[in-house]
Design a protein around this ligand. Structure first.
Ligand SMILES: Cc1ncc(COP(=O)(O)O)c(C=O)c1O
Length: 381
């Protein structure tokens, strides 16, 4: 079966009891016992297992080429579960450019004191090797392309370095999705998603999921964190995510085509200092992305001449692109990352991050061009 077919059929089929083609939504929290006390349906209580959630987990496992999926209430719940589940304590090496929520998780919860978190620029494989060997390392966390600097790192090479040091390598595949890259095929020990983003695809659900291969040391611990700590994905969110999956390959193609056009238009604007997008041949991640990904993704950042004030002024003049956090939905969203991330942010002041949505690409470009043009005219430096 090819990916597009799997996205529609995997994890669910026609409902045997009704003939319904669309997967039913099972909201029941509890399931009837047989007279002998058994659970003939295989379901007991929704925190332990739910037909809609199971279908979503199975679909994600098949799409990522794994054995099992474990779905959580959000991407952050999935990330925290991975950190808590990795078999050996000790060091967790992570990228120095990554989703800011992980930094907050480390700084503002007890997870920060339970592990030795070591941030590294993983484009530098020697620096990575030094980080994993200088102290016993249990886990290497990979995010590519990264947030918000849109860096591309070499998943296969990083996994090999992690494995030499007997560490596990887990990839946050939220931005690329299994349409663009399949980390388990090139050495990753698990893949994590914020399904809130492209998997759901419509900015109307919150969920996370971790996919593990057969006999993964993470499989059982993750299932136990899910079940006993109880941060499970809700059936309705899983149902929405299953619906989103059906159009994921088609949406991703359109997102990526639009992003390429938007990136090229921005790159030719005189007031744009730099566009960070691996689809541009001048981008340092271009060759690696060409090898590693089937398209270049639909997340890009650009740096407006004139710093934070100019960037905020551009964002403030947009009429179609919405000023909002998050990504991966049908609406194009723009965000001034430095102000979102706060004082510790490393994002340049002039940086705006765009999630290119599914509007007509020319409308997105026209909107950005008018906002840049008006900002130039107003003379904001
Ligand atoms: C790459 C990445 N990973 C994880 C998350 C966290 O996901 P959630 O917001 O579903 O908790 C996000 C959220 O933006 C993200 O961009």
């Amino acid at each position: 079966m090819r990916f597009e077919t799997k996205a529609i059929h995997c994890g669910r089929g026609v409902d045997e009891s009704t003939g319904a083609v669309s997967m039913p939504l099972h909201t029941s929290t509890t399931f009837e016992r047989g007279v002998n006390g058994s659970f003939p349906s295989g379901f007991e209580y929704t925190r332990d297992g739910n037909p809609t959630r199971n279908a979503f987990e199975a679909a994600m496992a098949m799409l990522e080429g794994g054995e099992d999926g474990i779905a959580f209430a959000s991407g952050m719940a999935a990330i925290a579960a991975v950190f808590e589940s990795h078999p050996s304590a000790g060091r967790i090496v992570l990228p120095d450019d990554m989703y800011f929520g992980i930094r907050s998780l480390i700084e503002e919860t007890d997870i920060g004191s339970r592990f030795d978190f070591a941030p590294v620029d993983m484009r530098d494989l020697d620096a990575l090797r030094a980080a994993v060997t200088s102290k016993r390392t249990g886990l290497v966390w990979i995010e590519t392309p990264s947030n918000p600097m849109i860096r591309v790192v070499d998943i296969a090479a990083i996994c090999a370095i992690a494995h030499e040091a007997n560490a596990l390598a887990v990839v946050d595949n939220t931005w690329a999705t299994p349409v663009l890259q399949l980390p388990l095929e090139i050495g990753a020990d698990a893949v994590m998603h914020s399904a809130t983003k492209y998997i759901g695809g419509h900015s109307d659900l919150m969920a996370g999921v971790v996919i593990v291969p057969n006999a993964s040391p993470l499989g059982r611990p993750l299932r136990m964190v899910q079940k006993h700590k109880g941060s499970v994905a809700a059936p309705f969110d899983c149902w929405l995510a299953l619906r989103g999956l059906q159009t994921l390959p088609v949406r991703m193609r359109a997102h990526c085509e639009g992003a390429q056009k938007v990136a090229e238009a921005l790159a030719s604007h005189p007031r744009v200092e730099k566009v960070l997008f691996p689809g541009l041949q001048t981008d340092p991640g271009h060759d690696l992305a060409t090898r590693q990904m089937s398209h270049y993704g639909a997340m890009l950042s650009f740096i407006v001449e004139g710093g934070a004030d100019a960037a905020m002024a551009v964002a403030g003049r947009l009429k179609i692109v919405v000023r909002a956090t998050s990504l991966g939905g049908t609406h194009s969203l723009i965000e001034h990352r430095a102000s979102v991330e706060g004082a510790k942010s490393k994002a340049p002041g002039g940086l705006l991050r765009i999630s290119v949505g599914l509007e007509h690409p020319q409308d997105i470009i026209d909107d950005l061009m008018q906002a840049l043009g008006e900002t130039c005219k107003a003379g904001v430096q």
